[in-house]
Design a protein around this ligand. Sequence first.
Ligand code: GRF
Length: 195
Amino acid sequence: MRIVVLVSGTGSNLQAVIDAVKEGTLDIEIAAVGADRPGTYGIERSAAAGIPTFVVDFKAHPDRAAWNDALAEAVAAFEPDLVLSSGFMRIVSADFIDAFGGKYLNTHPALLPSFPGAHGVRDALAYGVKVTGCTVHWADAGVDTGPIIAQEAVAVEDGETEESLHERIKVVERRLLVSTLASLAAEQKAAASPN
Ligand code: GRF
């Protein structure tokens, strides 16, 4: 299973995927890593791991549609079976998702459909929930919407800050992401050789 990963930030979830592939516990190929802006650590760490990288700078395009088209073209060049949004802070169009057969995977640091959006951890904490967690799901063109594949709960501790809670969620999120990718790769393998 070939994947292209999209990042906007530090890419620690991506690093977990890179490490699992390197250790031989995850049988996929990271064909490329792309970002929506220059200078991300996610791109830096991918390049350091010898993975092809690209940037389709949102700000360098006249409008969202032009950026979407350019992103679709850049991703398609690597012929992925699946596109992973890993801390990618942009909504892509339905056309983009269709171009990859709907195989657009996202991770979110809350138990969807609760607390979608860019501040899922902060919003859950502000609401006062005692349990939150993370979700891996097939993304559609909405904000953190689409069929859920896997979820895991994380208890909120007394005196927790957004940072401390997000860090603890990310530990679980990385594991869930890697195991979900492993299951999807196994399913693809089985479908390719049913006997
Ligand atoms: C993750 O919690 C992801 O779900 C959210 O942003 C975080 C990305 O972290 N959208 P990193 O860039 O993988 O460290």
